[in-house]
Design a protein around this ligand. Structure first.
Ligand SMILES: [Zn+2]
Length: 327
């Protein structure tokens, strides 16, 4: 961009020489422009005090630089709270720049809605800037003990130099029951909802805004991921708790912002169908492959990442029930 301004301001390239120079300049600039593309888009204002970055789908790659999830922040009269710190120091830096364009209030809190890399790997950068890191008590051991490994593997996924993504470190505050944060005229309720997608999941209600940041308890336009650490029964219970927020708008972990009704099909109905089918299969002694083959996932096949995750989800939900049968 600088080069273009320089060429314009110099005023000299005109007529024939500009005609020759312009395509040359463009050819030189195109790779630089794509490399300099912002890591994050502009955040969307979803209510009076609440903003969200709504990411694309798919796994983290060098190309998306790890941005493929939703993140957010809430601005009060006195302070800012950030919902999830992103996948890298660089992403946290980009978040801070966007936030600074909205408010000069300090970032006092960062809430990790779970222990996954895309929610915690910006913690060190925000802590350095003065924020207190808040996480679910059951999410903290993974963040603290495995954080260095999570950072290393994120570096290799993104193909960035060693040392450019720091370990998240130990969260300063652990949430075991509902906590209230006062940002000055705006109240957050940080609510633990147990083991859903992962252990120690938190949702954050912005009381005055009727907004709920639900983290990976809610998935919108893409298929959710059942992980070895997920509990589909706990996840359905967590979804049930969200029904208490009458008339709220929900910022999911992945997908567009919307009322809870938008997430019934991709999150609730999918989990319930999967769990019901696999529970019955295990109880009846049906084998793993047969049980997977007999589960009709076609109602969800239009969701993004379906091919990547549908088989794994069926497999994992079967194993979960099988393990539970031995408990
Ligand atoms: Zn996620």
């Amino acid at each position: 961009m600088k080069t273009i301004h320089f060429a314009c301001r110099s005023g000299r390239p005109s007529g024939r020489s500009a005609g020759i120079l312009a395509p040359l300049l463009l050819a030189l600039l195109i790779p630089q422009l794509s490399a300099a593309e912002p890591l994050l888009p502009e955040p969307e204002k979803v209510a009076a005090h609440s903003w969200a970055w709504v990411g694309p789908y798919g796994p983290p790659t060098a190309e998306n630089r790890g941005f493929r999830m939703n993140l957010g922040f809430v601005v009060g009269d006195e302070a800012v709270a950030v919902i999830d710190s992103g996948y890298s120091d660089a992403m946290a830096g980009a978040m801070r720049e966007h936030i600074a364009a909205v408010t000069d209030r300090p970032i006092r809190y960062v809430i990790n809605t779970n222990s996954q890399p895309h929610r915690v790997l910006g913690n060190a950068a925000f802590r350095e800037a003065g924020a207190e890191i808040i996480a679910g008590a059951e999410a903290a051991p993974r963040i603290t003990d495995q954080g260095a490994d999570l950072a290393l593997s994120a570096e290799s996924v993104l193909g960035v130099p060693a040392g450019s993504i720091r370990a998240p470190g130990a969260p300063e505050r652990l949430v075991e029951s509902i906590e209230t944060l006062d940002l000055g005229g705006v109240t957050l309720r940080v609510i633990p909802v147990g083991t859903a997608h992962t252990a120690g999941s938190l949702v954050v209600e912005v009381v005055e805004d009727k907004i709920v940041f639900a983290g990976d308890v809610l998935y919108g336009g893409r298929l959710l991921a059942v992980l070895p650490v997920s509990r589909s029964d706990g996840w359905l219970e967590a979804f049930g708790e969200l029904r208490a927020f009458d008339g709220a708008l929900f910022v999911p972990g992945h997908g567009a912002v919307g009322p809870l009704a938008d997430f019934e099909h991709p999150t609730h109905d999918y989990l319930l169908a999967l769990k019901t089918h696999m529970d019955a299969a295990v109880d009846e002694g049906t084998g793993l492959q047969e049980a997977i083959g007999a589960f009709d996932q076609s109602p969800w096949q239009d969701l993004a990442d379906f091919d990547l995750l549908s088989g794994r989800n069926a497999h994992q939900t079967y194993l979960e029930r099988e393990a539970a049968a031995f408990e």
